[in-house]
Design a protein around this ligand. Structure first.
Ligand code: FUL
Length: 483
């Protein structure tokens, strides 16, 4: 009897131990998980505004002004690809209202320009080039339209929705539908040249407008300053806060009304909200140059700066959306091409070799044979190390077997089960004792910790010090920044 009981207890413990942990809090959807995999993508601004050398077109530019001398979608896309970008969003219509595709919704469109003798479709050309290069494609269609005579009246929403429907119908599967918060103000408005204000809580009927997105493009992540799928990080400088939660609860500034684009709760956007109601990771959008549109007087950011932004966006569980501005030829400037390529190589070379590969990892607790620490080094996001339900903190001791020098530590949670870890620290073994080199909070999809100086050691310890539930981690890496 005694033995039988023991066998029964052992068997049930083993079976129990091998069940996956229960999910915690808000969880990412399938489309958000696909977005997390992209990490870095681009946002192209190229409209008559480029030819006016402005940032916001008034809506009165002659369509004939849109006349690139040597447009090449391939040149732009290839430069983006060399920069390591995995997707491209095209501003199909900016605030100036000029549609870059042959739309039926407005006369103010590309067919009225000399581009491809009035037979062009720039959305189609960029989409095709992106797909050919293996990049995902998305669109930005500005709700604010400074050209349209009907903007501000109750007839405009149908036009905007019809534009979205055209874009959702004709350019394949989209990974993102980007919606800007800039709204209302002065504009050309069919010649009225006046100021038109709208109530952004009701004017675009976002609930029903976004229902169109969901129905026609179920894999398109809806971006706006308040979410729905991806939230704006609250600045256009390209970085999230050091503590960065993927969860968020959008709030109108008064704390009562339903939040809509154009009125995000900005103070909490960079950091997110721990245990927020929704999985709503941040996108860090930042132009490669100073402005979103090309201006000859501006320079692209240096590859060093871009790498730093990468660490502070992707390395904080967010996405990096890099603004690309073709010049009046319709190509990216040589300086931009070089900056992208050098940055792309830095990321590629730095992360090519995980210095922890082949290490021996001892975990203070393990859930069972499917969840061992070996999973941390197999470069497979689907496998992960997990602790037993009752173990909310744990230590991983990593024996590198040989002395290694590194300056970046990488950690990834298994996010399909939610963002679980709330605090951790890193130690290295130096002069016969453990020395703490970093203390942090959030991990999420990816956490890259850049050390001020490279460290040299044979042993590393990761201590997960706070979590409300058992722990999951899918990857651990040590890297040395290289050019
Ligand atoms: C902003 C817009 O007003 C800018 O013109 C640009 O398109 C940027 C990406 O979003 O809010």
């Amino acid at each position: 009897m005694k033995w039988l009981t023991l066998v029964f207890i052992t068997l049930s413990t083993l079976t129990y131990a091998q069940n996956a942990p229960k999910p915690y809090g808000a969880l990412p959807s399938k489309r958000q998980l696909a977005w997390h995999n992209l990490e870095v993508y681009g946002l192209i601004h190229f409209t008559p505004t480029t030819f006016e050398n402005k940032e916001w077109g008034f809506g009165d530019a002659d369509p004939k002004a849109f006349n690139p001398t040597d447009f090449s979608a391939e040149q732009i896309i290839n430069a983006a690809k060399a920069g390591g970008l995995k997707g491209i969003i095209l501003v199909a219509k900016h605030h100036d209202g000029f549609a870059l595709w042959p739309t039926k919704t407005t006369e103010y469109n590309i067919t009225k320009s000399p581009f491809r003798n009035g037979k062009g479709d720039l959305v189609g050309e960029i989409e095709q080039a992106a797909r050919k290069a293996g990049l995902k494609f998305g669109v930005y269609c500005s709700p604010w339209d400074r050209n349209n005579a009907l903007y501000g009246t109750d007839k405009y929403l149908a036009i905007y929705q019809a534009q979205l429907k055209e874009l959702y119908s004709n350019y394949g599967e989209l990974f993102m539908s980007w919606h800007d918060g800039a709204n209302g103000g002065d504009g050309y408005y069919g010649g009225a040249k006046e100021k038109r204000s709208i109530d952004n809580t009701t004017y675009y009927d976002w609930t029903n407008t976004w229902a169109i997105t969901r129905k026609m493009q179920p894999m398109a992540n809806i971006f706006s300053d308040i979410g729905l799928d991806i939230r704006w990080v609250g600045n256009e400088d390209g970085h999230a806060a050091e503590t960065s939660w993927a969860t968020f609860t959008p709030m109108a500034p008064d704390g009562k009304n339903v939040a809509v684009p154009g009125q995000a709760n900005y103070p909490q956007s960079p950091e997110g909200i721990r245990n927020g109601k929704f999985w709503m990771p941040a996108e860090c959008d930042v132009p490669l140059r100073k402005g979103w549109f090309f201006h000859n007087s501006e320079q692209p950011k240096t590859p060093e700066k871009l790498f730093d932004l990468y660490l502070k966006s992707v390395g904080r569980g967010a996405g990096l959306d890099l603004g690309l501005a073709p010049d009046t030829r319709g190509q990216l400037h040589d300086d931009d091409v070089l900056a992208l390529k050098t940055f792309g190589n830095m990321v590629k070379n730095t992360f090519a070799q995980n210095l922890a590969k082949g290490a021996h990892i001892t975990a203070s607790n393990t859930r069972g044979k499917n969840y061992t620490a070996i999973n941390l080094l197999d470069a497979n996001k689907q496998s992960y190390w997990a602790t037993m339900d009752k173990n909310h903190n744990a230590t991983l001791e990593i024996d590198l077997k040989n002395i290694k020098t590194f300056d970046i530590v990488s950690l990834q949670e298994y996010i399909p089960l939610g963002q679980r870890i709330e605090a951790f620290n890193i130690e290295i073994f130096e002069n016969n004792s453990w020395k703490k080199i970093y203390e942090g909070t959030s991990i999420g999809a990816k956490r890259l910790i850049k050390l001020d100086q490279p460290v040299t050691t044979k042993k590393v310890r990761i201590n997960i010090t706070k979590s409300q539930v058992c722990i999951t981690l899918s990857a651990f890496g040590l890297y040395k920044k290289s050019l």
